[in-house]
Design a protein around this ligand. Sequence first.
Ligand SMILES: [Zn+2]
Length: 413
Amino acid sequence: MRLLITLFLIFCSLILFTGQGSMVDWRAIRSVAIHSDDWGLCGFSPESIILDDDQIELINPGNFPPVYWTSTLEDSTDVADLASVLAKYLDRDSNPAVFQANYITSSLQSTPSGWMEYDIPDLHPAYQRPGMWDAVNSAIEAGVWVPELHGSWHYNPLQMKSSVNGNSQLEKLNNAGVLLFPECMSAFELGLEADRKVVEDNLERSIDNFTDYFGMMPSSVIAPDYVWYRDDESLWTSVGLRAVQAKRGQRRPNQNKYTGHVMKMFERGIRRISEKKLCYIERNCRLESLQHKDHDATIFSCYDEVLTSWNRGQPAVVETHRINFVSTDSVLQNIGLSSLDKLLSKLEAQDVIWLCDDEIAQLSRTGTSSRIFGDQVICRNYTHSRRLVIVENNGHKKCIYVPAREVVRIKLN
Ligand SMILES: [Zn+2]
């Protein structure tokens, strides 16, 4: 009996604590990735609006951190300011900090003649942001901005339409750009209530929009509200996505309060062992300064989390949502930007390497990676022998030999 219990405990430990495995030693690389969700989201309102009590009661959106009442779509200055901060901090290979912006690709507007749909770069007409996409393109060219996929709408569009339709006040607010609608915080884009055909069509649409605008496929995805299921991972694999963010934070809104957490841990452990195509990239550091009174404390705790990640042999991955950098309240967004500035300054002194998910996924699988920005490519080889790195650019393949444990940056043309 004692032997059986011991074997059972060993079995459970293997499932719960075995990682996905990696070809590189993350302790030595000391990498940091920065994940930021909600870019491109036309919400929660186009500018500072004050809703009266009756309107708030009517919208009844559900729970979210109070600071999100000031959430809005980024403008050109927001993106340019962030890009300037990132460009200041060079890693030990002289590359600037990389910000992975996870994008929502479509928006909806209720109009007197019915619902209008907009795909990036087009946006809900209430959100006029001249020059914003130019600022994004400049940041991408400079190598500080890497777009990835967050979702199509961020919510279930059918639930939004059925909530708003027939209520003239809600239709008016939506027409003016107010994203919130009754119980929207539980209208999950990938929830169990979502029709699978709609989910498949939306994914195809978001991938097409993303690829058409940014000129490349997304490689990494984070589901809106951290809600997704096994079927969604199969879909992501089928369209060529290679990395899933924040598996540890995955939410199951309908799970049992007592057994659900344990079931989730086992399911995650089994997926980590069995999954061969998707790389799970965990967010193990948090910089959500605006959700705490002591902003500086969030910088120090995030910095400590980075060091802890390295000590555990993991790539450090910082979670910091758009609300920290884009707000209808300029005081708040200055605090968020300043927090990131201070964190990057402290990390730069730690001989850091800045990476994005696609590089982490490639390095984990092969020990080598490439990332193209502007007319350049950064090739990494963290193995112990010279390796051939194949770079694909606009349908052309280029072979680059990279010496062992070296990073090379070359011009593509
Ligand atoms: Zn989000």
